[in-house]
Write a protein that binds this ligand. Structure first.
Ligand code: SF4
Ligand code: SF4
Ligand code: FES
Length: 273
């Protein structure tokens, strides 16, 4: 698109039960994103249109919506990537309850997150209160920290969206969070039972839809979910690994009884068999 032109935006109005799409025609120019068009519609013809946004830079995760049926950030979806000869549909995330128009109630995600035990570091490796950790272990969890909590991955996941397993399944965003904690080289908290039981990782059948929609390009399935599944298998279904862990935990408690700590950089990463 090089010149200004008119385009139609088919925007959801109302809530899930009684709402409907309504068409708005507005003039668009090169460089605009869907959020610009929605703001223009608000100012020209629908001042009561509800939409959530904050940064307009792809960093706050507030402007999540379904654009032409695909979960995306409105502020990062350029109009030139869409077919403007057809109406552009803009609707709220469908995996969560509607509040009004494009705004959904995503508070369930925060309640799930609050139940996950926080970071708990092991005792320092040196008398001055510092730790020794491998740079590779540090870098491994950096990817997960890019999450902006847009919940697009939650929206696309069929376990939540189609099967409504919100009581039994935490969803990909929370597996990313649990992976960030569980793979942290200093963390010693136990979360795998929660991953298996309460957060239902077994429901994930590795469709990779979550990975495809993540605006931060986090390899959710390959780098977070699959390693967590492997740890669950090791912990709960592999008798040899369980025996080894019991033995290792006993050695650790012996050390805490007075024996010197080994060089931390030589320790295997948490969860290693
Ligand atoms: S890979 Fe798993 S978590 Fe991701 S969308 Fe598919 S079922 Fe859901
Ligand atoms: S993992 Fe990606 S898609 Fe999911 S909430 Fe975080 S940034 Fe959004
Ligand atoms: S407005 Fe912040 S991510 Fe779109």
């Amino acid at each position: 698109m090089t010149e200004a032109r008119d385009a139609t935006f088919r925007i959801w109005r109302g809530d899930h039960a009684t709402g409907a799409f309504r068409d708005y025609r507005t003039r668009v120019t090169h460089g605009m994103v869907v959020l610009d068009a929605v703001h223009q519609v608000q100012s020209e013809s629908a001042p009561d249109l509800a939409c959530r946004w904050n940064c307009k830079a792809g960093k706050c995760g507030s402007c999540s919506a379904e654009i032409n049926g695909r979960p995306r950030l409105m502020c990062m979806t350029r109009l030139e990537t869409l077919d403007l000869d057809q109406p552009v549909t803009v609707e709220p995330l469908r995996a969560f309850p509607s509040i009004r128009d494009l705004v959904t109630d995503v508070s369930w995600n925060f309640r799930v997150k609050a139940k996950i035990p926080p970071f708990r570091p092991r005792t320092p490796d040196a008398p001055d209160g510092t730790w020794r950790i491998d740079q590779a272990d540090v870098e491994r969890v950096q990817e997960f920290r890019k999450c902006i909590e847009c919940f697009l991955c939650q929206d696309v996941c069929h376990v939540l969206r189609d099967h409504h397993k919100h009581d039994e399944f935490a969803g990909p965003r929370h597996f990313v969070y649990q992976a960030a904690l569980d793979m942290h080289p200093l963390d010693v908290e136990e979360r795998l039972r929660q991953v298996k039981d309460e957060n239902g990782i077994g429901y994930c059948n590795i469709t990779r839809c979550c990975t495809k929609v993540c605006p931060e390009h986090i390899a959710i399935t390959d780098n977070a979910i699959i390693p967590l599944k492997e740890r669950v298998v090791d912990e709960f279904y592999d008798p040899l690994t369980r025996l080894f862990r019991i033995f290792r935990a006993k050695r650790k408690s012996d050390r805490m009884d007075g024996r010197p700590e080994p060089d931390a950089s030589a320790l295997p990463p948490k969860g290693a068999p």
